[in-house]
Design a protein around this ligand. Structure first.
Ligand code: PMP
Length: 385
């Protein structure tokens, strides 16, 4: 007789979840408008309404990436999927990628590259300073890479990597320019076409303010050429940008070609999140994020706390890292902030564990009232411990 497992009693209880203020480096809270959109009934992934929605999303993404790239679409994956898609599609086994590592994300990219047989050469910066054009040029000469991978907003350290001028330099050495904008897009100025970026991706749950689970991505014509000239197929079917481009009707194809079943629900949320950014305007959004971060930094200074990243041009508006004062237990701070103020503060990540506290001011949470709440939650620090 086949064994029979009873239904789990735990599932008989009603789902009940608290509402928290998510001011970690992500995910952030969704707006009411985004939440409302998630209640719509599921539709088929190739129904005309969803096809229309995909076109609207593509237009919204071309706006937030500031690009005319036709190969602009959404991966059914979180931000890691975007990273993996760039490396898997734009590099072939045996080629070299030059990775700028200022924290955990460069490290992950190097790990992913190694898994697909790509040599990763790493330039490591201090956690609190970005790579310069001069440093990059030396490495380009030495390694002759097929692509360079950089992170715009290194969320583990709070470091902003300036990007202007890098595209021209990298193209002079015949390499492709890949950028992770997961923790910056929409909150920090980013100009994909003007800055000569060939591949960029982000995550739906950060500044955009949609639920996690989608990774918007865009490839330049130069990146498309590399795709066409590949000698071998990318090792991942799921992340194959040529197949995905056919599904998202990026190549002037008459009709969409089924590749996988995208979540209609997540697309509703992303569509509304992009509509909100379009209504506010990118420039206004960048200014709002910068003003909120400036207010937080001033408040921290008044409380005797120091930014981990000292040089203003390298400080992010979206993720603010605070030096953990000696003798202060980050776990206690974080627990108290949640218990007393219902607000989320994060500990360090990867190389910054035990060294920093991190605050994310992303999307609808980049406001003065959220900043003041965070400062209140930090008031207990450090004297009252
Ligand atoms: N890159 C950066 C800069 C990030 O901040 C994150 C998420 N914290 C990721 C990549 C990975 O994104 P996800 O967790 O959505 O896979």
């Amino acid at each position: 007789l086949a064994t029979h497992k009873e239904p789990p009693a735990i599932l008989k209880t009603k789902l009940q979840l608290p509402v928290k203020i998510l001011t970690s480096p992500g995910p952030t809270n969704c707006s009411e408008r985004v939440l409302q959109s998630l209640k719509n009934q599921v539709l088929g992934h190739l129904h005309p309404e969803i096809c229309q929605l995909m076109d609207e999303i593509k237009a919204g993404l071309q706006y937030v990436f500031q690009t005319n790239n036709r190969l602009t679409l959404v991966l059914s994956a979180s931000g890691h999927g975007g990273m993996e898609a760039c490396l898997t599609n734009l590099l072939e086994r045996g080629e070299t990628v030059l990775v700028v590592k200022s924290g955990i994300w460069g490290e992950r990219a190097a790990d992913m590259a190694a898994r697909i047989g790509v040599h990763a050469e790493v330039i490591e910066t201090e956690h609190t300073s970005a790579v310069t054009l001069e440093q990059l040029e030396i490495a380009l000469r030495r390694y002759n890479p097929a692509a360079v991978f950089m992170v715009h907003a290194e969320s583990s350290t709070g470091l902003k990597q300036p990007l202007e001028g890098f595209g021209d330099l990298i193209h002079r050495y015949n390499a492709l320019f890949i950028i992770d904008t997961v923790a910056s897009l929409g909150g920090e100025p980013f100009f994909m076409d003007s800055w000569g970026v060939d591949a960029a991706y982000t995550g739906s749950q950060k500044v955009l303010g949609a639920p996690p689970g989608l990774s918007p991505i865009s490839f330049s014509p130069r990146a498309e050429t590399k795709l066409l000239q590949r000698k071998t197929k990318p090792s991942s079917y799921y992340l194959d940008m040529t197949l995905l481009g056919n599904y998202w009707k990026c190549f002037g194809n008459e009709s969409r070609v089924y590749h996988h079943t995208a979540s209609a629900t997540l697309l509703y949320g992303l569509r509304e999140a992009l509509a909100e950014i379009a209504e506010e305007g990118l420039r206004a959004s960048w200014i709002r994020h910068a003003s909120a971060a400036a207010r937080l930094r001033r408040g921290l200074e008044l409380r005797g706390l120091r930014s981990y990243v000292k040089i203003p041009q390298y400080q992010l508006s979206t993720v603010i890292s605070i030096e953990l004062p000696p003798g202060v237990d980050d776990t206690i701070i974080i627990q108290r902030a949640m218990k007393n103020c219902n607000v989320e503060i994060s500990r360090g990540l990867g190389p910054t564990v035990g060294k920093v506290l991190r605050v994310g001011l992303l999307g609808i949470n980049a406001t003065f009232d959220k900043v003041d709440l965070i400062l209140r939650a930090l008031e207990i620090l450090p004297s009252k411990l």
